[in-house]
Design a protein around this ligand. Structure first.
Ligand code: UN1
Length: 508
């Protein structure tokens, strides 16, 4: 593993607390990181303390005036160079993500590809931060809107996408003229450090201040500090609904801005006219990919009663062929869960589902033996369930999928919409009426609705996020950039008089 760290120039003095060197941060506790792949130590890192937080914030605030004064396309040029640097480091960074987080190498590389793609998107966007122009009701007046940078953007990201979610936020925030402070998950700090190093090099080469991109490795206390900090104009937070509620409350109290991307409980509806050749691989990838630890993972299957038996048979056979093990081995489909706490949650959820009347149709076990020595490997699990089992409304970050039958589409859509979360949803059907009904205003209530595509693996070009307890925020593509800027409405009078709006006469 040292090879990977070395290639990323993460030499020991940089990341190891044991050298005793005062590095970029860290008067706080020492954090020991173990890979869920084999349980081996990845390194140690000092958590940030109170004083370091202040100095990081000071650096960010100092960098903002310079960065915002650059024309947006020049900021885009820096992001373009970052994209190129990521292309050069794709393999090494992908491997590090895979080893630190436990997702398959394909997915680790895919995550870096998402970063590269969003950089490309942001470069184009840097010339397209358009405002509208309106017709003024007053003669010889021009009315228009323009978009300006916000200031410091705080990014709180989760372990499951240790690098891509940061890049969605940071690359857009940067071209919009903001500087960023990133608090990654304490479970995946090395992937974050690697990204920071790659971007820092680009900044140095361009003689720009490092404060444009700041990294802080801290625990929940630091997250709370960020939420309460008036110097952070926007907090973009990805994680649990519980975390999101706490961030929203604190940011709301100071009337700050937030983008929340929280839990999902994503369903696939399989209709009578579904093409199972498409539905089966989509469901398996959605439920098992990243070991069920995506917010877009497929957690519920709502299946027409006529398809139930056949789909189940095909799923059980597909699950039986899955290779589970070292995610860096390309032959394996599924790696470990992030840590033993996640394994405990997996077991607890299965127990609860059984207590509530669920029936295990596949899996349900923690894997043992030499290959699984880290203790974080589990069998992907299919549970027959009913809509009124409380556990079905709950998101567990594990490869557990609930399957339930339905009779008519209206009922299926009701079931799909019956949970508190509203991130991603999908229908498999060759029936145009069913597809359009699902996409209509009487259909799915989620931020993402797909036809003949699974719930996970969204492209960066669309706005990503969801409704209800998912938090309502949108990140990544489309016009999500607007949340990273402030809108200014401007009216300019080029006449010789002063007409008032609403026809008001005010003579002096
Ligand atoms: C997440 O799980 O937080 O759609 C993000 C997907 C990925 C992003 C998931 N593009 O599955």
């Amino acid at each position: 593993m040292n090879g990977i760290l070395n290639k990323l120039r993460l030499e020991p003095p940089f990341y190891s607390a044991s050298t005793g060197q005062q590095n970029w941060m860290g008067s706080g506790n020492v954090l020991k990181i173990q890979s869920p792949v084999d349980g081996n130590p990845l390194g140690e890192i000092n958590l940030i303390g109170e004083e370091e937080y202040k100095s990081v914030m000071a650096e960010a605030k100092k960098a903002f005036p310079l960065w915002k004064a650059l024309p947006a396309p020049q900021r885009g040029e820096i992001v373009r160079q970052f994209g190129d640097a990521l292309r050069a480091e794709k393999e090494a960074l992908g491997k590090l993500v895979s080893y630190e987080m436990g997702k398959s190498l394909q997915e680790g590389l895919g995550e870096v590809q998402e970063m590269i793609d969003i950089c490309d998107f942001a470069v184009g966007l840097s010339r397209q931060l358009y405002g509208l122009q309106m017709h003024s009701e007053r003669p010889k007046h021009r009315m228009f809107e323009q978009w300006h940078p916000l200031g410091v953007v705080g990014i709180i990201s989760a372990f499951n996408f240790p690098v891509a979610v940061w890049a969605w936020n940071a690359s857009i925030a940067w071209v919009c003229g903001n500087v960023c402070i990133w608090k990654p998950s304490e479970k995946t700090p090395f992937s974050a450090l690697a990204c920071q190093e790659i971007f820092k090099k680009v900044l140095n080469q361009n003689k720009l201040p490092e404060g444009i991109s700041n990294l802080i490795i801290g625990d929940g206390t630091i997250g709370k500090k960020m939420a309460a900090d008036r110097d952070i104009s926007l907090i973009s937070a990805t994680g649990s609904t519980q975390m999101g509620k706490s961030v929203a409350e604190t940011v709301g109290k100071r009337l700050g801005k937030s983008i929340l991307e929280l839990g999902g409980n994503n369903a696939v509806i399989v209709t009578r006219e579904a093409d199972l050749k498409q539905a089966v691989p989509a469901i398996v990838f959605g439920a098992v990919g990243t070991a069920g630890q995506r917010c877009t993972s497929t957690r519920r299957l709502i299946v027409h009663e006529t398809q139930f038996e056949e789909l189940l048979e095909k799923l059980v056979s597909a699950y039986g062929q899955l290779q589970i093990g070292d995610p860096l081995d390309e032959m394996n489909h599924m790696g470990p869960l992030i840590d033993k706490t996640a394994v405990t949650e997996y077991e607890k959820t299965i127990r609860t589902a059984i207590e509530q009347g669920g029936r295990i149709l596949y899996g349900g076990k923690v894997l043992e033996g030499d290959t699984y020595a880290s203790g974080c490997y589990v069998l992907p699990t299919i549970i027959e369930a009913t809509v009124n089992m409380p556990i079905v409304a709950h998101e567990t970050f594990a490869p557990i999928v609930y399957i339930m039958p339905y009779k008519n589409l209206e009922e299926a859509i009701d079931i799909q919409n019956s949970v508190p979360q509203g991130l991603s949803s999908a229908i498999f059907t060759l029936n145009l009426r069913d597809a359009e009904t699902f996409l209509s205003h009487t259909g799915s209530d989620c931020g993402i609705a797909n036809v003949n595509i699974g719930t996970s693996g969204a492209e960066i070009g669309g706005a990503f996020g969801g409704e209800k307890e998912t938090g309502g925020g949108r990140e990544s593509g489309s016009d999500a950039w607007k949340a990273y800027m402030r809108r200014q409405t401007c009216t300019l009078n080029y006449s010789t008089v002063l007409p008032l709006a609403q026809g008001i006469k005010f003579y002096l």
